[in-house]
Design a protein around this ligand. Structure first.
Ligand SMILES: Nc1ncnc2c1ncn2[C@@H]1O[C@H](COP(=O)(O)OP(=O)(O)OP(=O)(O)O)[C@@H](O)[C@H]1O
Ligand SMILES: [Mg+2]
Length: 412
């Protein structure tokens, strides 16, 4: 497809980006939109799945017919089935009359099933039937109805993983995934960030009649390197808020740092709760944070130990300005006075090894994953397997903790 045509389509649907990833998406939209084929859109939150669904509908032959959007995650599981397929009078308490469901209402048009990964298993059975034959039974009904509806579904869950957990039907997955469009995370196409920033900034400044003088090149660089866990949605909100706060000024790297909550100061002020400033996966970032905590903890233990020893045997110690702890470079500590033992005795080593979080004799055989696993396991034990307290202590989300427990097969 010519670049000109591509740009025209992008403008029409408000999809910004010149990266190959975005171009591929536009090309697929153009290929599949005019057919009746079912499309599954997956990708992290805030990456533009709904924007893609809108484009698929608007570029389809059904664009003059109904387009119904249903968020399967927002409708309580108990009523989703009746919302989708309708119900007949008296089928349950409160069903005082026959009611059409979304599929019947969308007949001849398109239905967008957002967060399809949240659809309860029983509803999935009925949905599969609609996909295959266009037929369904309203709740409490005995006569099948048939509709002609084009289906677009989206999810930010990995459906393959949901199948493993018996939360998603395999047959439905295979039926849905024939045409899958993957909306990329922003950190996978940072080259599109300047264009997105410009568009969001100008739109917002015009709408609100605020002066906007642009971002400095350094500010743009920081934004390109930030991991944007909330993707384009987060970027849009960020741009809008930074413009409001820095009205009329060129937005500098300092403003960006501040607004993103990133730390420009030495690591001693670093808070592990803040977003990660480099393009890393969430997993890598978490692992590094855990490692950093380990080092800091170990240092604290050593400092306390030295302090106690100093009290007991002052002449045995000397004040030193170097630490014997090797920090990972990203978290390098500013040199600050630590008590350093001059002539360690064998039993001191023994004692140190027992209290140390890292078994130094295992260095070289131990992976980051081993260390992470040990830290999680020990913290769980310390808090009597209370997940909330453990997650708080580790400064990770409970969801992440559950995932790690599963991943490492940790048991109470
Ligand atoms: N390529 C893009 N160009 C311009 N705006 C975009 C792009 N992708 C996403 N956006 C904007 O980002 C915001 C989030 O997009 P959208 O709602 O489509 O994300 P989503 O993937 O559906 O997220 P969720 O999974 O949380 O529902 C919207 O304001 C959308 O307009
Ligand atoms: Mg969405």
């Amino acid at each position: 497809m010519s670049d000109y045509r591509l740009q025209e389509i992008q403008r029409r649907f408000g999809i910004i980006g010149e990266s190959d990833k975005i171009k591929e998406i536009i090309e697929t939209i153009v290929q599949v939109a005019p057919t009746d084929i079912t499309v599954l859109i997956n990708g992290e939150s805030g990456t533009g799945k709904e924007l893609i669904a809108d484009a698929l509908y608007n570029y389809s032959l059904r664009k003059h017919n109904k387009f119904i959007k249903v968020n399967c995650g927002a409708i309580p599981a108990g009523i989703l089935e009746s919302e989708l397929f309708g119900h007949v009078k008296g089928s349950f308490t409160g069903a005082i009359e026959d009611r059409k469901g979304y599929f019947e209402t969308a007949d001849g048009g398109t239905i967008f099933l957002d967060e399809i990964g949240e659809m309860p298993l029983e509803t999935q059975v009925k949905f599969l039937r609609v996909l295959e034959s266009g037929e369904f039974l309203p709740v409490g009904g005995s006569k099948s109805r048939k509709v002609d509806v084009r289906i677009i579904a989206a999810t930010n869950k990995k459906l393959g993983k949901e199948i493993e957990k018996d939360r998603f039907r395999k047959d439905l997955y295979y039926r849905l995934k024939t045409i899958t469009l993957t909306s990329p995370a922003l950190r996978e196409h940072p080259e599109d960030l300047p264009l997105l920033v410009k568009k969001f900034a100008l739109d917002f400044a015009n709408r609100n009649q605020i002066a906007f003088k642009g971002f400095s090149p350094e500010a743009m660089e920081i934004m390109k390197n930030y991991s944007w866990p909330g993707n384009i949605r987060e970027l849009k909100n960020f741009v809008e808020s930074v413009i409001v706060l820095q009205k009329g000024e060129v937005i500098s790297s300092h403003h960006v740092h501040k607004q993103l909550g990133l730390d420009e100061m030495p690591v001693s002020n670093f808070s592990p709760n803040l977003p990660v400033k480099i393009s890393k996966t969430v997993e890598q970032a978490e692992r590094e944070l855990i490692l950093k905590q380990l080092f800091l903890l170990r240092k604290d233990v050593n400092d306390i130990k030295e302090f106690i020893l100093q009290d007991k045997n002052m002449d045995f110690l000397q004040l030193s300005h170097s630490s014997d702890i090797d920090y990972p470079t990203a978290y390098h500590q500013p040199a600050k006075p630590v008590f350093h033992r001059e002539i360690p005795k064998e039993e001191d080593f023994q004692e140190q090894e027992d209290e140390s979080l890292i078994n130094m004799s295992k260095i070289g055989e131990m992976s980051m994953a081993d260390m992470e696993r040990t830290l999680i396991e020990e913290t769980l034990k310390k808090f009597g397997f209370k997940k909330r307290k453990t997650a708080q202590a580790l400064e990770i989300s409970e969801r992440t903790l559950y995932r790690k427990i599963k991943e490492y097969g940790l048991k109470e």
